[in-house]
Design a protein around this ligand. Structure first.
Ligand code: SF4
Length: 458
């Protein structure tokens, strides 16, 4: 019993988080920056922060994560990190030759008050940024927000640093996918290609964090959105931002500054959210949806109708990030399942309102908490159990203690693989989610059913 001290009685807590359902801002900024081709993320803080952020991403993606650090010691902590960052910029361009250095701050450099724009300008004036190379920056103080906020801040920084409006439309649609797996980004590109809409996807970690093993080491893998594409995003026909928390800030920036109109959609997980994404692509791109896409959709609908009995009224507890959870909760409601408890560590009352709205017709009062933690989720479960847990690897402690199956989905997944390669976005990805859930439910019956009801075929 790993979490045996979790009490059933729920008391009001305002200044204590136990088993947080989030991690720190720079991890999100680092992940987003890896989605630019030829980019080296740079952590402006102490080595310890950078080591933690890199290892968190490495453990999830099973890939070495290259990132540099300003390596603050006592001097920088007192006098500021300008000298360290200037030296780092020079060293990085000399040794590693990236196209872009994407700097994010940390708690320490934010507390000191280092001004990234001023330091970048100084590096430019001093000739430390070679011709055709770029340094971009995002503020990611980790004592507010979460990894989701850090991701969003870096994506907005990409748009603000590069997007340029020339007045000549490029005939493309910007798609900002939010923090999804590299496999999901691949799937979004595949769907857009099937629909026949040319897109600029940013960030794009496919081909970076799920690149093949070729025997040849590349400091910068082939994948990622290119700098010319980012520059051209200011001339696109429109922007589809997938997820309010991860992607909307960048899309609104493009709308306000480059007059690229934006639509804020949910992430395309599940049937309805994927339908809306395809419909938005169709509308913005001025095309009609081809038969192949309708076929994939039809297969998903067929699976749902064939297997509906196994999903019906199953109760689920979920922990994760707001954009993913919103789409997943809608999907569960579509399946006539009951999203009973929903927790995110990311702040935002709008999240709670959206979940309440999505579950208003569900025959169970859904409990939802933004800026919540897994301790609370566990307490809710102890008071009224569920049939399934959905979330990251940290939920395995609750799964074990309460003997509930766990669908690993979200970030981080530390003890399984596959998320890098097999999407859960789109219709095909939806089929995978359905298969995984069904597998968990039927495996439970195989394990638990008494002999009288144990069947070869359910
Ligand atoms: S919370 Fe702050 S100090 Fe801790 S690792 Fe993250 S950025 Fe560094």
């Amino acid at each position: 019993m790993l979490l045996r001290h979790t009490p059933k009685e729920i008391t009001e807590r305002s200044a204590l988080t136990i088993n947080p359902a989030k991690t720190c801002q720079p991890i999100g900024a680092m992940y987003a920056a890896l989605g630019i081709h030829g980019c080296l993320p740079h952590s402006h803080g102490s080595q310890g922060c950078c080591a933690y952020h890199r290892s968190a991403l490495t453990r999830h993606y099973k890939e070495p994560i290259a990132a540099a650090t300003s390596s603050f010691t006592e001097g920088a902590s007192v006098f500021g990190g300008q000298a360290n960052l200037l030296q780092a910029i020079q060293n990085i361009f000399t040794v590693y030759e990236p196209d872009v250095i994407a700097v994010h701050t940390t708690c320490l450099s934010e507390t000191i008050g280092d001004d990234l724009n001023q330091i970048r300008d100084k590096a430019q004036k001093e000739g430390k940024i070679p011709e055709g190379k770029h340094v971009i920056g995002a503020n990611t103080p980790s004592y507010v927000g979460s990894h989701v906020t850090g991701f969003s801040n870096m994506v907005k920084a990409m748009a603000a640093a590069f997007a340029t409006r020339t007045g000549h439309k490029n005939g493309k649609v910007n798609v900002i996918p939010g923090w999804v797996e590299p496999s999901d980004m691949e799937e979004i590109k595949r769907l857009a290609a099937m629909v026949g809409v040319p897109i600029i996807l940013f960030p794009d970690t496919s081909g970076v964090l799920n690149a093949p093993l070729t025997g040849e080491y590349k400091m910068f893998p082939d994948g990622g959105v290119t700098v010319p594409e980012l520059i051209s995003s200011g001339d696109s026909l429109g922007t589809l931002a997938l997820g309010e928390w991860c992607s909307a800030d960048a899309a609104r920036w493009l709308d306000a500054n480059c007059k690229v109109p934006c639509m804020i959609l949910d992430m395309p997980f599940g049937l309805k959210a994927t339908d809306r994404f395809i419909d938005a692509l169709r509308t913005v791109g001025g095309v009609s949806v081809p038969e192949e896409v309708m076929k994939e959709r039809g297969q998903m609908v067929d699976f749902i109708s064939d297997m509906h009995q196994y999903f019906y009224h199953k109760k689920v507890a979920l922990a994760g990030d707001p954009d993913q959870l919103i789409a997943m909760v809608e999907f569960l409601v579509t399946l006539d399942m009951i999203p009973a408890y929903v927790v995110t560590g990311t702040p935002g009352k709008a999240f709670e309102r959206r979940i309440k709205e999505l579950t208003k017709d569900v025959p169970y009062e859904c409990q939802v908490k933004a800026k919540g933690d897994m301790f609370l989720l566990h307490q809710w479960i102890k008071n009224d159990p569920v049939d399934l847990l959905i979330g990251n690897t940290y939920l395995k402690y609750i799964a074990r203690d309460e003997d509930i199956p766990l669908l690993r989905w979200g970030f981080p997944i530390l003890d399984r693989v596959g998320h890098q390669y097999f999407p859960t976005a789109g219709y095909k990805g939806g089929l995978r989610l359905l298969e995984k859930m069904l597998d968990l439910f039927l495996s439970r019956r195989d394990r638990d059913d008494p002999e009288q009801t144990f069947e070869l075929v359910y």
